[in-house]
Design a protein around this ligand. Sequence first.
Ligand SMILES: [Zn+2]
Length: 65
Amino acid sequence: MVDKEFQLHDIVQMKKPHPCGENRWKIIRMGMDIRIKCLGCDHSVMIPRREFTKKLKKVLESASN
Ligand SMILES: [Zn+2]
């Protein structure tokens, strides 16, 4: 299985969409916890890194490109 790689400012897709209907999130903080912001409604949530990795579906846009 390929390791999911992500970094600050990436646009990611989660396994579950946000209740607002959007399923694109931007990583706005990285650390022990990851903070992501919904691109639909600007709501942000903080998730422990391990949980984030589990819930991450894929990286849509890498900030390094
Ligand atoms: Zn939302």
